[in-house]
Design a protein around this ligand. Structure first.
Ligand SMILES: NC(=O)C1=CN([C@@H]2O[C@H](COP(=O)(O)OP(=O)(O)OC[C@H]3O[C@@H](n4cnc5c(N)ncnc54)[C@H](O)[C@@H]3O)[C@@H](O)[C@H]2O)C=CC1
Ligand SMILES: CC(C)(CO)C(=O)C(=O)O
Length: 315
């Protein structure tokens, strides 16, 4: 049987890990930087950590030097930082048009951008910690639950054909050992996942600490205020999440999520360490902006957003 052709656009820590994991069950191409591509050509794609240790040699790399051919992909994963979503969509719009494109990214707003380039948009959440530990080399450090994937904003207008595609994506991920669940309300799932990023990404990046440090009593208080504000905005936006209130979520965060990611370094921590742009405007910045739209003040989210922006400007 011929394998599904999958394109992963913006392959770094997340995209290369997924490529390594699904490579036995799909024909995988990745849009990545030349440094990754050169190393993969020489040594294979190397993965270690909780998703297993692997060297993968059958990945096709698309770079500035090896441009995409007019290939027909069955579906596309977008795994870049949110700051690059628009630019990458524009660059690869010829491959995206009319194809199912799945955003496997953090933050609020990526799916809306993608919907300008294809009419089959899916959102996905992944609550796993990844790091690019070198060129063509990734580590998967910790995980708190399964991926969620579904049509964006919901599946009300989706036809039978599209459903088949989603089942296909889920089958490939599952067969490859990535735990995944179909979501009929991916918009809510994205906000639910975003709460973790809103709580931990800016503080770990500003303080240059791992996620477990946020269990310190002084920091727990700040995290709680950030989350209280986020819940007010979520309520005003009429987004339903699975916790009754902020207190409910904070118990889950402090008792389950932070211990699960105790030794992990967040993607925003990694961005500031490597002098890269962060996704602050898509995470806490989104709370501040939407808060303003509803007349809700969000001083804690505004404060941490300002500090991250200051640091990224300096880097
Ligand atoms: N790292 C983590 O633990 C997690 C990250 N996420 C989210 O997943 C998304 C991806 O995160 P990471 O993989 O950590 O980011 P990353 O920065 O490691 O990977 C993105 C890659 O896209 C590449 N890229 C951007 N523009 C490109 C272009 N024009 N041509 C070729 N390559 C290009 C970048 O150079 C980079 O290597 C983000 O939204 C992040 O918040 C979600 C869960 C966990
Ligand atoms: C799940 C978590 C917190 C993993 O580190 C993440 O999404 C990130 O770092 O951006």
């Amino acid at each position: 049987m011929t394998k599904c052709k999958v394109l992963i656009i913006g392959a770094g820590a997340v995209g290369l890990s997924i490529a390594a994991k699904i490579s036995e069950n799909a024909d995988v191409s990745v849009v990545c930087r030349k440094r990754h591509s050169d190393s993969i050509a020489k040594n294979g794609l190397l993965m270690d950590g909780i998703w297993g240790e692997k060297t993968v040699c059958n990945i096709n790399c698309i770079t500035e030097k090896n441009p995409a051919k007019n290939d027909d992909y069955d579906f596309i994963f977008l795994t870049s930082k949110s700051t690059d979503t628009e630019k990458l969509c524009d660059e690869y719009k010829g491959l995206m048009s009319g194809k199912p494109v799945v955003s496997i990214q953090n933050g609020i707003g990526n799916e809306e951008i993608i919907s300008g380039f294809t009419d089959i948009v899916l959102g996905a959440t992944i609550t796993t910690n990844f790091q690019a530990t070198g060129d063509g080399r990734v580590n998967v450090n910790s995980e708190s639950g399964s991926m969620k994937i579904g049509f964006f904003p919901d599946d009300s207008l989706i036809n039978y054909n599209a459903n088949e595609i989603l089942d296909n994506i889920i089958e490939i991920l599952t067969k490859s050992g990535i735990p995944v669940e179909k979501s009929s309300n991916i918009k809510s799932a994205i906000w639910e996942k975003s709460l973790l990023n809103i709580a931990v990404n800016p503080l770990t990046a500003i303080l240059s600490v791992n996620t477990g440090e946020l269990l310190d009593e002084n920091l727990k208080e700040i995290v709680s205020e950030i989350i209280y504000e986020a819940f007010e905005v979520i309520k005003a936006e009429k987004i339903s999440v699975k916790w009754n209130d902020a207190e409910d979520y904070l118990s889950y965060l402090f008792e389950y999520l932070l211990p699960a990611f105790y030794t992990s370094y967040t993607s925003m921590y990694q961005d500031l360490k490597l002098n890269r742009m962060t996704e602050i405007d898509f995470i806490n910045g989104a709370i501040v902006k939407r808060g303003k739209d509803h007349g809700i003040i969000t001083p804690y989210n505004s404060f941490v957003s300002g500090l991250v922006r200051y640091k990224q400007k300096k880097s």
